[in-house]
Design a protein around this ligand. Structure first.
Ligand code: HEC
Length: 167
């Protein structure tokens, strides 16, 4: 019985990774596919599909999302536990598969892993943007701070919160 229980209740970190992985994969696939059409099409993926995919990857027990130190959309601002974890992850060597796990006072487990910028991301997060794209971004995000990056830079995190399991 005990073994069965252990199997049924996967460790919170495994639950977090299992939720973050499809979010990460589906978002990247959708984004890169849209980029083949146009940066404008990809814009919709980042602004509309991303929250949808985050919702799809979430469940009553696990919530996932994206956040960053330099934000484009303030709706992605980090919660306090995440701000600390993210500041630490930002100091890791570019490209490493680091992660942070934080246990909150109510037993919720927070999980975060870094996002390193790949060259195609620079179309919308780099130093110089195509004029049409620039105008669209400016209109949608007047306080955009997610610009001027280089490939390999720390862009932010994928995060998950796993609710405490009832005994
Ligand atoms: C076509 C333009 C475009 C491309 C290409 C793009 N992004 Fe974004 N990115 C956006 C937009 C627009 C937002 C704001 C989304 C929102 O409103 O939630 C955003 C938001 C983000 C966020 C959430 C934090 C924030 O600042 O709001 C992260 C993290 C991020 N992008 C990482 C990446 C990475 C990594 C890549 C490459 C794999 C990438 N982006 C490629 C346009 C783009």
């Amino acid at each position: 019985m005990l073994t069965l229980l252990l199997v049924l209740s996967a460790a919170p970190v495994d639950q977090a990774k299992a939720a973050v992985n499809p979010f990460k994969k589906n978002l990247k696939e959708a984004l890169f596919k849209a980029l083949e059409t146009s940066p404008e099409a990809a814009l919709d993926v980042c602004s509309q599909r991303a929250p949808e995919l985050a919702k799809a990857a979430s469940s009553p027990a696990v919530t996932v999302g994206r956040s960053a130190l330099k934000l484009r959309n303030t709706a992605n601002a980090p919660k306090p536990w995440l701000a600390t974890a993210m500041a630490e992850l930002a100091k890791e060597k570019s490209g490493t598969e680091a992660s942070r796990v934080v246990v909150l006072p109510d037993g919720t487990v927070g999980y975060a892993e870094p996002i390193w910028l790949a060259p195609p991301c620079l179309v919308c997060h780099g130093k110089t943007l195509a004029p049409g794209l620039e105008a669209k971004l400016k209109a949608a995000y007047p306080n955009d701070a997610a610009r001027g990056f280089e490939a390999g830079d720390f862009r932010g995190v994928f995060w998950a919160e796993v609710k405490p399991q009832k005994p």
